[in-house]
Design a protein around this ligand. Structure first.
Ligand code: 13P
Length: 254
């Protein structure tokens, strides 16, 4: 059984103070034990959150990193720097980075390999644009992105990867994919992974859905056993909504 994972992607929201205020609202005594809970915060908030979350069941994530350990890369953050802060997860290849910051399939692969090498768990994002979807190219696009991300990765390493299927047109738009469609694409992604790293590893890899997930629709996605949780933007920014999402995942898997 794969442990479902609910990850909040705060994107470029929250100052350090706002991030700490959020964490203070999380219950110390956590009832949702069957769900892995992750908060992917801006870099600036990571040191404070690392302190605040120590000893709790919430895990810290970053939203990007460079693949090199160090070097003359102005403005970048390395895997070693994240590790030092107690970061567990790192989002790689989010569509906003692909779209606005020149992230390519190749850099996604380099970063995924670097994360694994340093003991960070990558949350690798894949997903088609509206144009690609309307052209009937969803399957082809997620296949290309998934195969590229996994290049040169062993089956044992691959088990540490989380994949987030996020159709670009569903992000921040209020238009989520239907759960049935999401499940179908996620099953295809698992098939691509099985061909690449073997059936056993593919069955161990968790695949989330992302794109306008809210407390009132999370249940529809979690009904499908191939959907192993969600990567949530907007609805993860308020502690009560984040906790409802966690509870939604927990209830669905009971
Ligand atoms: P929204 O949940 O705001 O649509 O964002 C999804 C997302 O991009 C998570 O990474």
């Amino acid at each position: 059984m794969r442990t479902p994972i609910l990850a909040g992607n705060w994107k470029m929201f929250k100052t350090v103070r706002e991030a700490v205020d959020f964490v203070k609202q999380l219950p110390a005594d956590d009832p949702a034990t069957g769900v892995e809970k992750v908060i992917c915060a801006p870099y600036t908030a990571l040191p404070a959150l690392s302190e605040q979350l120590r000893g709790t069941s919430y895990l810290l994530g970053a939203q990007n990193m460079h693949f090199a350990e160090e070097g003359a890369f102005t403005g970048e953050i390395s895997p070693l720097m994240l590790k030092e802060l107690g970061v567990h997860y790192v989002i790689i290849g989010h569509s906003e980075r692909r779209q606005y910051f020149n992230e390519t399939d190749e850099s996604v692969n380099q970063k995924t390999k670097a994360a694994l090498q340093h003991g960070l768990k990558p949350i690798v994002c894949v997903g088609e644009s509206l144009e690609e979807r309307e052209a009937g190219r969803t399957g082809e696009v997620v296949r290309r992105q998934t195969e590229a991300a996994l290049a040169g990765i062993s089956p044992e390493q691959a088990k540490q990867i989380v994949v987030a299927y996020e159709p670009v047109w569903a992000i921040g738009t209020g238009k989520s994919s239907t759960a049935e469609e999401a499940n179908e694409t996620i099953s295809q992604i698992r098939g691509v992974m099985a061909a690449k790293v073997g059936e056993e590893a593919a069955q161990a890899i968790r695949i989330q859905y992302g794109g306008s997930v809210k407390p009132d629709n999370i249940d529809s996605f979690m009904r499908y056993p191939d959907i192993d949780g969600a990567l949530v933007g907007g609805a993860s920014l308020k502690a009560d909504s984040y906790l409802q999402l966690v509870q939604g995942v927990q209830d669905a898997r009971r």
